[in-house]
Design a protein around this ligand. Sequence first.
Ligand SMILES: Nc1ncnc2c1ncn2[C@@H]1O[C@H](COP(=O)(O)OP(=O)(O)OP(=O)(O)O)[C@@H](O)[C@H]1O
Length: 370
Amino acid sequence: MSTAAFQTETLPLDASLFEGGGQVIRICIGLRAKREDPGLKPQHVSGLKLVQNIFQADLQGGIARSKEIYFKPNEVNNSINTFIADTQTAGSITLLIQISLPPLLFSAPPPKSKLFLPPRSKKVILKGGSAVNAAPPIDFLTEIFKPIVEREFGLNFDVSIIRRGYYPRGGGEVELRVDPIVEKSLKPSNLVERGKIVKFGKQIVESASKILTEAALFELESIQFDIEINTERYNTCKGSDILLWAETSSGCLISGHALSDKKLSPEEIGRRAAEELIRNIKHGGCVDEYLQDQLIMFMALAEGKSNLVSGPITSHTRAAIHFVEVMSGVKFCIKKLDSFDSNVQDDKSEDGNLYLIECEGIGLKISKQL
Ligand SMILES: Nc1ncnc2c1ncn2[C@@H]1O[C@H](COP(=O)(O)OP(=O)(O)OP(=O)(O)O)[C@@H](O)[C@H]1O
């Protein structure tokens, strides 16, 4: 494997820097420290164990509440094609996907002969919560993250939702199937043009209420309403959530989400999702406040220069940039854009807080061993 600038020596990492959350573990198998309840949560342990299995890694301290871990990856375990990760709780399934997707993309053994056979896809069965607080809901993964990373970076994976599951019971199940990439790198992304909104979409999982949807749509009327709305609706008796998104003429997808909460009325939940979407539309960037940090690792792994125009830089993005830089040697540059009118078109940034995030990726590649 061409590991370019990737670290091969033992690297001590201080996971209390920046956001200091589970995101740090997912990026570089570090630790979450700057939290009210520091140490590993069960869902982080499940993620670590999954990656430990993929890499046949040496893992020490991989237990709940641990404040220090040692992780040393070895060869990819190519004798297993289906891995299983079960949070045993309503731990987020999508955060398990966040930790396992990059390693699975580069998990194929290097081809040994000139005769090139595509590697078999890897499957992971994931169990836990499909929409939980402070994590991507599964619909964000399928409707926003997947189409953007597949198009921008040239990778492929499939996600099948077998069952949805909510806090506190969990019980959700998702199958992830990843096509490992061999003999090529990820291509660099170029998300700089926001374009005009051409479509709104919404995905609703609800146990009872139509009010939730109506409230969200009412809120959306304040921005624009003469466009097609694509609705998907699912019924489940375990919980509800709503994902709204806007699609633009240049192919950007921008989301707003809210989860059911006993303390909130359905109107309030619908309104929150719409407010989040409107906030993310108004800044004029090409991604919402969540996709922003989720693209950083792929930008660093791709071959060549990636550009991303986004709204205000989140603390998750700053954390992702810091740890990705430490692990890969890639340098990110963030420039404030004073005027980017030609790219913002009808949706001008409210406060001019548009930023360009750039980096020259390392072009990680699994190459032939001849
Ligand atoms: N509504 C949402 N839509 C899409 N992505 C989301 C949403 N809410 C949170 N995320 C993403 O979930 C990830 C959360 O990372 P974070 O480190 O905060 O989580 P964590 O593992 O639960 O850690 P901790 O428990 O320490 O907070 C980030 O990548 C963030 O962008």
